[in-house]
Write a protein that binds this ligand. Sequence first.
Ligand SMILES: [Fe+2]
Length: 306
Amino acid sequence: MHQGPGRSCPISYRYAPDAFSGAAELCADTLWIAGGLYGNPFALQALLEAYAAEPGSKALVFNGDFHWFDVDPADYARVDESVLGFHAMRGNVETEIAAPGDDTGCGCGYPDWVGDATVAHSNRIMERLRASAQSSGRDLRALSALPMHLLAEVGGERIGIVHGDAASLAGWNFSREALSSAGGLAQAAADFDRSGVRVFASSHTCLPVLRRIAGERALVNNGAAGMPNFRGERYGLATRVSLSPGRGTLYGMRCGALYVEGIALRYDYAAWERRFVAQRPAGSDAHRSYYDRIVNGPDYALRVAA
Ligand SMILES: [Fe+2]
């Protein structure tokens, strides 16, 4: 078992099993959920334009890791201000920017199937991002104050929004890897039973998942709003949960009265790639870990996700 910074999941990341048992904190006919923006300002623009075109009663939730590549303090400040104008939750990135744990590193809680080099790069990216955040002029305490989970209601159905999984900010129980075993699926079903939600929406594992859970329930992970999610594709993804079908739906399912969908965010890729390389040249930690994914997408296919 691998250990060290970036591998552990701190106690403070955990929440109680009854976290989703109270009254809904927000109510709308359509809910957009965008995790993993990763400080991509072009994806943010595409998301806000798509969301603005959504008719009717609606809410937009950023479920964590909206910062990451925004290493320029001015970029950081713009992303921070824009996201905090909506319903924002903290991911491990925001938590570690604002209040770094002693031995937490990036706070990713990476499982053993993620290599040591990736973990080391992430820890160093986090250190650099923290320095940018501190010189951005933004109040970092606002990030510490953001919730780790949120309960929303769409058409009377309860939607649990998390960054990681039902028990932890950086949990991996909602990853495709975990859900591909009978034990992992049973664990997810037990999480749904205990929380009483119709849908869980997550993001942290950075690869999209849409899975039906027994009892006409759905687990949806948007992967990344600010990075490509499938090999050969360059769009980011947001999750949409609504009483009516959306436009630009890439994949989806019905879940009771709800439409649960993945929406493609087609941002200005060329501008983003230029900006990324200018700020993160070849040889840098971010370039080594992420450039291939930014250009070519991860080794992952839509048919596997949904
Ligand atoms: Fe995360």
